[in-house]
Design a protein around this ligand. Structure first.
Ligand code: CA
Length: 286
C-alpha cells in the first residue's frame, strides 16, 4: 500500500510540474504588452463595411448562411424581434441555443451569427454591437462564448473570445505561434441582466507585434493588448461570430444583440489614445 501511495504522489508531483511549465511556456511571450505598456493609435477615419440594426423582418444578407461551413445555427434559432426594448429602434435579434444544436460531435453546440470571412490581415477593423442577457439567462459553470474573432485554418479556437461562465464575464486572447500556444485572460465588467451593454472592439490583424486588440465596454476601454493577432499558419481570412457557443448543456439559452457594425479604420500613429490605468490581475482559467 505504501508503494502505491508513493507512486500516486510521484505522478501527482510530475503532472503538476508539467502543467506548470506548460502554462509558463504558453503564457510568456516577449512580443506581448498589455495595459499601460501598450499604445493603441487613435482612429483617424473609418468606413463601415457591414451593419445590421435588426429593424427588418430578416437579418441582413452579409451574414453567412446558417449551414455555411460547419454550420452556424438551427432553423428558427435566429430571429429579429420587437417583443422587447431594443438598444436602438424597435427591433433586435434573438439567438436561442438548445441542447444538441449544430454539434460537431465534440461535446459542443452553437447558435451564432457569422460576419463572413474577409481578408483583414494588415488592416484595422472595428466591431461594435450591443448585447443583452435576459433575467432568466442560465449562469452556469460551463464553457460559453458569446462573441469570437477567428482566423481561417488557424485551428484550436478563436484569437479573441468574449466569455461568460458562472456569471464571470471575461476575455481571452491567444498567444500566437509559440512553441505552445496559450491564452491571456482579461476581466470584463459584469453583464447585468436586462441591461443593454455596448461592446466596441478595435483589432489590428498582424502576425508581428504591430497587432493589437482594444476593447471598450459601455464607452470605457477595459482591455488593451499589443502583440501578434494572426498566425502565419492561418489564411488571410478572418471572421467574427456573435451568439452562443458552449459545451453541451441541457437548458436552453436565449441572448439578444442589436446595432451590429463592422468598419475598417485608418489610424493615426501620431495621435495615440491616452494611456490606460495599469492592468488588474486577471483570473487564469480555461
Ligand atoms: Ca435595432
Amino acid at each position: 500500500m505504501k508503494k502505491v501511495g508513493k507512486t500516486i504522489l510521484t505522478i501527482l508531483v510530475i503532472t503538476t510540474l508539467v502543467l506548470g511549465i506548460r502554462r509558463l511556456l504558453s503564457h510568456y511571450d516577449p512580443r506581448v504588452r498589455v495595459g499601460s505598456e501598450c499604445s493603441i493609435p487613435a482612429i483617424a477615419t473609418q468606413q463601415m463595411l457591414f451593419a445590421d440594426d435588426f429593424e427588418e423582418p430578416s437579418i441582413q444578407e452579409f451574414w453567412a448562411e446558417p449551414d455555411a461551413g460547419s454550420g452556424r445555427y438551427e432553423p428558427g434559432a435566429v430571429a429579429t424581434t420587437n417583443e422587447r426594448d431594443a438598444r436602438n429602434g424597435t427591433g433586435c435579434v434573438s439567438i436561442t441555443l438548445r441542447e444538441g444544436d449544430v454539434s460537431d460531435g465534440n461535446n459542443n453546440e452553437r447558435a451564432e451569427l457569422d460576419s463572413g470571412k474577409h481578408p483583414f490581415l494588415g488592416r484595422t477593423i472595428r466591431y461594435q454591437f450591443s448585447i443583452l442577457i435576459p433575467n432568466d439567462f442560465p449562469q452556469i459553470e460551463n464553457r460559453l462564448v458569446i462573441a469570437q474573432f477567428k482566423q481561417k485554418s488557424y485551428h484550436n479556437g478563436p484569437i479573441v473570445a468574449q466569455r461568460f461562465r458562472g456569471g464571470r464575464h471575461y476575455l481571452s486572447i491567444r498567444t500566437i505561434d509559440r512553441v505552445l500556444d496559450g491564452r491571456r485572460y482579461f476581466p470584463l465588467p459584469d453583464l447585468v441582466p436586462e441591461v443593454w451593454h455596448d461592446m466596441d472592439y478595435l483589432i489590428r490583424y498582424a502576425t508581428d507585434d504591430s497587432g493589437f486588440v482594444s476593447v471598450k465596454m459601455d464607452g470605457e476601454e477595459v482591455v488593451r493588448y499589443c502583440g501578434p493577432t494572426a498566425s502565419t499558419q492561418g489564411r488571410n481570412s478572418f471572421y467574427n461570430k456573435i451568439g452562443l457557443y458552449r459545451d453541451r448543456w441541457p437548458d436552453p439559452m436565449t441572448i439578444f444583440f442589436d446595432d451590429y457594425r463592422l468598419s475598417e479604420v485608418e489610424t493615426s500613429r501620431a495621435h495615440r489614445s491616452p494611456d490606460l490605468e495599469p492592468e488588474e490581475d486577471a483570473t487564469p482559467e480555461d
